[in-house]
Design a protein around this ligand. Structure first.
Ligand SMILES: *Cc1c(COP(=O)(O)O)cnc(C)c1O
Length: 212
């Protein structure tokens, strides 16, 4: 059983949304989490995700895409997910917008490369307002906020430094745009720091389902 999940659900602050990251985990495990009350799940790989979404289509699950967003997958992502958290270019946003027809608006987070790592996806902070403006004009998308994956193996102080930068950007974005309510940051190794720094959405895989 998923004991950690039940503890997490009980102990999280009310304003923090828990996203269960189910990549590489079975449909059976997702069902167990669902029975325990979890309704929001995230996947990284489109083929794997679509199989699971199909298999679980009778359940009331909100699906988040958190993988590398490739433009040739825009259609399948736009038609199967409720949120996309990893947007870092207007081209991909436009493709999602184009394929999001006859469905509720697709919720979008802009991914920020907050530690400015070469290997990480995401825009640098300076580009945020330009991209936000462009996304704002796309009628089938709703920009909800920003997300980040911080560098691994940081000390607590360094984690908080990155998370605090994210909160600053989030507050600035809220001043300029409506509908901005989501600051997605915090994974199994750093979610305590993220919550202290104002995260409104944590994305946990290992802490819920065990090692991948
Ligand atoms: C895999 C993944 C997670 C979950 O990572 P854990 O360390 O297992 O909690 C969260 N966010 C993103 C973007 C991921 O790819």
């Amino acid at each position: 059983m998923l004991h950690n999940l039940q503890n997490l659900q009980k102990n999280l602050p009310k304003e923090v949304v828990l996203v269960a990251v189910s990549k590489t985990k079975s449909v059976e495990l997702i069902k167990q989490a669902y029975v325990a009350g979890q309704r929001i799940f995230a996947e990284n790989y489109t083929n794997e995700a679509i199989e699971k979404i199909q298999a679980l289509k009778d359940l009331e699950i909100q699906w988040h895409f958190i993988g590398k967003m490739q433009s040739n997958k825009a259609k399948i992502v736009a038609q199967n997910f409720d949120w996309v958290q990893t947007i870092h270019s207007i081209e991909i946003a436009k493709k999602l917008n184009q394929h999001r027809v006859n469905l509720p608006k697709l919720n979008i987070l802009i991914q920020i490369n907050i530690s400015n790592e070469d290997t990480k996806q995401g825009i640098v902070a300076d580009e945020l307002f330009t991209l936000a403006n462009e996304i704002y004009s796309l009628e089938n998308l709703t920009l909800r906020g920003i997300m980040a994956i911080i560098a691994p193996n940081l000390k607590i102080d360094a984690q908080k430094e990155s998370f605090n930068k994210m909160r600053e950007l989030f507050l600035q974005l809220q001043e300029k745009f409506t509908n901005i309510d989501t600051l997605s940051m915090g994974m199994s190794d750093d979610y305590h720091s993220a919550i202290e720094c104002g995260s409104t959405m944590i994305r946990l895989g290992t802490a819920i389902f065990g090692k991948r």
